[in-house]
Structure formats: C-alpha cells, structure tokens
Design a protein around this ligand. Structure first.
Ligand SMILES: [Zn+2]
Length: 469
C-alpha cells in the first residue's frame, strides 16, 4: 500500500480513496479490474502464503524441503538454505507404529539445530490431515493484528513501535490505573489528541492558539509543559519534578518517566496528564476554571479513592481456593505441571481423588524436549485424560490451572496453536467417554518465559528424578 500499488475505490467523487478495510478476522482489498490490478492482488496473496505454515498431522501432504513446517522459523524453507535431496514428505520422518519422530533419519539428514526443532514438534497419536496455520501467532489463527505484528518484525521503524516504545507500552498497560487514563496517555504518545495544532493540520479549525492562555500555539508541548495552568499543576505536584527534564523532547519526556521514577510517581504523572487534558476540555466546553492547585488536589484524591477501593477488593477476594467435594460417585483429577525452560523439560503431576477427597492414584512423569510452559500444560492435560479413559465409566472432572488449555480441551475442531497435537489427542480421547468434564481451577496462564518453579512443583519434579542445582 505504501508503494501505491493498490488503487482504491472512491465512495464519492471528492471522497478519499479506500484501498482496504480491515475487520477483526477479515480484510477487504479494493483494486483495479485490470491486468496490473490482478497482478498486484496475486503478489499480496503470495506474500500471505509465505507467512503461513503447515501444522503436522499425518505429514503426508507436507514437503520436507519446500513447505514451511518447522516452528520458530517463519518463512524458512529448507530448500532455501541449500538442503535438498529430492522431494519427500514429512510423513517419511515419522515412525507410524509408535507415532514418534524417526530420530535416526532426522539426525542423519538435518543440521543439529534443525533436528532439535523438529523433535520439539508434538505429534498426534491418532493422525489427522495436515493443515495450514498462520505462523506469526502462537494461536496459529490469523487476525488483522497479526499482520501488523509481522510488519513490525520486517521494519520496526516504519511501523512505529520501536523497542523504546514497546517497553513503554508494556509498562503502561501494566500500570495500576483505569483504562481511560492509560488510553489518554497512549493517545498522547501518538499525538492523537484533538489539540488545536492537530485540528489545524486537518483543516478542522483555522486557529491554533491555546484556548486556555492564548499565549501560543496549542501543541502537545504547550498543552502539557508550557501552558501556565499546566506549569502550576506540576509545581503543585512537587514530588514529581517533571518540568526539570526540559531538555527532553515531548515523547521522550512522556516515555522516560518509567526509567526515572518509581511506579507510584508514574501513576501520579499519567493521572495528572489525564487530568490536565480533562480540565482543558472542561474549560472549553463547560467554561469552568480550575487552578493548577485544584487540579493537583483532584489528582491526589482520585488516586486515593482508587487505592482505597482496591484495598477493599483485595480483602474480600483473598479467599483460599480449597479442594471441593463432589456429589455422588464422581472422581476428580487435578493435574499440575512444572516447566524447566533451560533444559526444555517438564514434569506432569496427576492426582486422582474420589468424592471424599481420598487419593486414589498419583502419578508423575518427566517429559523431554518440551518447547514451552504451554506445551507442558497441554502434555499434563493429555496424560490426565488418558488416565481417565483407562479408569472407565466413572463420572470424572479434570481440573487444570490454565483457562486457555481448558478451553481448548472443551472445544471441537482443530486447534491451530503449537499445542494443537496434544489438544487433538485429548479431543479424540474425550469423544470415547460421556462422563468427562474439564474445568480450570485458577485463572492463571503459564507464561512462556516463566522460569520460576514453585516449591510444590520442585518437590514433584524431584520425586520424578529431576535434580536441581
Ligand atoms: Zn496555553
């Protein structure tokens, strides 16, 4: 689009050209009905194709060298790095009788790092057809957001979110403040606020003078740092001292706060920005007139209210979740997982209890070549399901820690994420029993880079033979 290849359609003669409309899951492209237009469209589809990959089922339709099927290497075809010895299929790398990778063949064919990646691809026990996935997302599903993510990868500068910003946004969204304040800060960082200078640039006004003091053009800098009312707000919030950093340009000033101040000051700072913007609008629309001191005390009391509210919430929600008894003859399975990222191994721990809470069976197992905490969770879940199927007949509830894995287990249809193979196996097992239900105990997701292993999990892993140094 940036290259002007796509000619858009016009809704009216003088209206803007529309080249594309992006929806959550769909994208409509407008183009010319000419040879050139068709060529452009073909190029776009080609680009899309190169960004998607194959999820291994039977492996019969995936070409080892010409398809994209090895994870963490989007766009990576083995043929493009000169490894090629005829076109054979991924199915030939799989031992069909035990559904495991053919280690010998893989080690002898591929460089070590590629072989390791292949061993990390989970295989389904009961094979299904191979299918196409979007390799840019862990979920394997394509959305409009995925396209932007990918574009950023190719050219971080063109798509703005550079590393400085990325850190800034990450910290901003984590900050304990209402969303409306964070959104205002976000808009400020992108220069999206309808200040006079921006309105003038879009020909929505013919006057860029500051509506508060009339002393200069209302730019971001003026609004937040130069206008006398804002200066008064900052000097009333004396703990912050933000006006001292006058050598920084506006966006630097906005974003480096995290580096220079503790979280409590950051909250104060962004809340004050939001209050200044709110006061500026109230002045224009409601003709109110508050002093810098008044705005500052509003900020303080607003934050105080917020803190008090939180305290009462955390007091009431701090109930410890206990194991709950079940009616009748039902059986409940809890499964746990621990993940050791460094050694790429995980442990599954499974406890089966009857309706009185009596432990009927407990089980631990170590898995090697596990690529993520998420895989570890899915593996533990598969093991738990297999145990249930072998117990036969009893009403069973399988309870795990992760809401999204539980959701996947309950769902029907192919899961396109990198744990899809495990989920497929679970779904197959589930279809053999009418007495099985999945629930999540806590709404907590395994974090990919989460290296911390809880003490309980450590015990579990030690029981299964892992030694911690
Ligand atoms: Zn002003």
């Amino acid at each position: 689009m940036g290259e002007g290849l796509l000619q858009g359609a016009k809704a009216s003669r003088r209206g803007p050209e529309i080249s594309h409309l992006l929806f959550a899951d769909d994208c409509i492209l407008f183009g010319e009905a000419t040879n050139r237009g068709a060529w452009v469209l073909k190029e776009i589809l080609k680009e899309y194709e190169s960004c998607s990959g194959q999820s291994v089922g039977t492996g019969k339709s995936i070409s080892v060298f010409n398809d994209v099927w090895i994870p963490d290497s989007s766009n990576f075809r083995l043929s493009s790095v000169g490894i090629n010895s005829g076109d054979y299929k991924v199915a030939e790398l799989i031992n069909n009788y035990n559904r495991k990778w053919n280690r010998e063949r893989i080690v002898n064919t591929f460089p070590k790092e590629v072989a390791e990646k292949i061993f990390g691809i989970p295989l389904v026990r009961e094979p299904h057809d191979d299918f196409q996935v979007w390799s840019g997302e862990p979920s394997g599903e394509y959305s409009v957001r995925s396209a932007y993510k990918l574009l950023q990868l190719f050219d971080p500068r063109a798509y703005a979110l550079h590393t400085d910003y990325r850190n800034f946004y990450k910290k901003l969204w984590l900050l304990d403040l209402p969303t409306k304040i964070k959104i205002t800060t976000w808009k400020t960082s992108w220069n999206y606020l309808p200040i006079r200078v921006n309105m003038l640039a879009r020909k929505l006004t013919n006057n860029s003078t500051c509506p508060r003091c009339g002393g200069g053009a209302e730019s971001m800098d003026h609004l937040f740092r130069e206008c006398p009312v804002s200066i008064a707000v900052w000097s009333a919030l004396s703990t912050l001292n933000v006006l001292q950093e006058s050598n920084l340009d506006f966006v630097q000033w906005l974003t480096t706060v995290f580096a220079l101040h503790p979280p409590s000051h950051c909250r104060l700072f962004y809340c004050a920005l939001w209050a200044i913007w709110g006061d500026r609008n109230a002045r224009i629309h409601n003709k109110t007139n508050r002093s810098g001191q008044e705005i500052a005390s509003f900020v303080h009391s607003y934050l105080k209210e917020l803190n008090d509210g939180e305290k009462s919430i955390s007091r009431t929600s701090k109930e410890v979740k206990k194991w709950t008894h079940l009616p009748g003859q039902a059986v409940k399975i809890n499964f746990y997982r621990a993940f050791d990222e460094h050694n790429q191994q995980s442990a599954s721990g499974i406890v089966v209890r009857n309706s009185e809470g009596l432990v009927l069976l407990s089980y631990t197992k170590i898995h090697h070549r596990v690529s993520s905490a998420f895989s570890a969770e899915a593996l533990a879940s598969r093991k738990a399901t297999m145990i249930v199927i072998n117990m036969q007949g009893k009403k069973t509830i399988i309870e795990g820690d992760s809401l999204s894995i539980t959701k996947k287990c309950k769902a029907k249809g192919y899961d396109k994420s990198h744990v899809g193979a495990y989920i497929h196996d679970i779904q197959q097992l589930k279809s053999r029993s009418n007495n099985l239900r999945f629930t999540a105990s806590v709404v907590k997701e395994p974090i990919e880079s989460d290296n911390a292993i809880s003490e309980e999990m450590k015990d579990l892993m030690e029981m299964a033979g892992v030694i911690f140094i």
